[in-house]
Write a protein that binds this ligand. Structure first.
Ligand code: HEC
Length: 219
């Protein structure tokens, strides 16, 4: 499950009813992130994701990588980017704040992306530094939902709908080692996506360390 979906679910129960009646709404960090994710996916009927990619990576070749973009940068882009006029006409100030929180949060995590095809992973491995926050994105290219499991990462099973993606948030351990996950119900068995925790790997620099601290405090 995408962590944000998890947040969305949790938030429904976590926000006391009392808060809902207060104005302006006092949204906790989790609720704010969940709202930001919703707006990112849906604003103006297109969402930021249509151009910037589902995980704000700029992988679609339309809008650039915006993980970690500040609220100021987002406001400036909304004001000045002709392609974004549809968003400009629809988005509210509260939605911009929520999206900024969400995009900042994404900026604290390195993306590791793999494509799952009949149980095979493309690419099949990645090296990441110890102590790094990772958002592991798995694209299910199949026509059936598949469930992914790890026996050594300490994460929940993730079921991904056909032709879509899901993500797992994971903190690499402080010690070097090998971790992996696999598809439980795919045709090919014994295929792994391997995460090498390796101090020789390229360093990931979180774009917004301040936001990172806030996000971690609230988790
Ligand atoms: C219809 C496509 C489209 C949509 C929808 C869209 N953007 Fe953009 N966005 C772009 C393009 C194209 C650029 C690059 C403009 C340029 O470089 O001149 C951009 C630039 C940006 C930038 C500046 C990035 C940089 O490094 O300069 C930010 C920040 C941004 N967009 C945030 C958002 C957010 C947040 C949303 C949703 C609320 C959104 N965009 C929705 C197309 C889009």
């Amino acid at each position: 499950m995408k962590a944000v979906d998890y947040l969305k679910k949790r938030t429904r129960f976590a926000v006391p009813l009392l808060l809902l009646s207060l104005s302006p709404p006092l949204l906790g960090d989790e609720a704010l992130l969940a709202e930001g994710a919703r707006v990112f996916d849906e604003v103006a009927g297109v969402g930021c994701k249509t151009c910037h990619g589902e995980y704000a990576e700029g992988d679609l070749g339309v809008g650039p990588y915006i993980r970690g973009a500040t609220e100021g940068a987002i406001r400036a882009a909304i004001d000045a980017t002709p392609e974004m006029v549809v968003v400009k006409n629809a988005i509210t100030a509260d939605e911009i704040s929520a999206i900024s929180a969400y995009v900042s949060y994404l900026g604290t995590m390195q993306v590791a992306r793999t494509l799952a095809k009949r149980g095979r992973f493309i690419p099949s491995q990645i090296s990441i530094r110890p102590g790094t926050s990772v958002q592991l994105v798995i694209q299910n290219s199949g026509i059936r939902p598949y469930t992914f499991r790890s026996d050594n990462m300490g994460v929940d099973d993730l079921t991904i709908a056909p032709r879509s993606s899901g993500s797992i948030e994971w903190q690499t351990p402080e010690t070097e080692g090998e971790h992996s996950l696999y598809c439980m119900d795919c045709k090919l068995k014994n295929q792994f996506y391997t995460l090498h925790v390796d101090s020789g790997a390229d360093e990931f620099r979180a774009t917004t360390p301040a936001a990172s601290a806030t996000a971690e405090d609230s988790m």
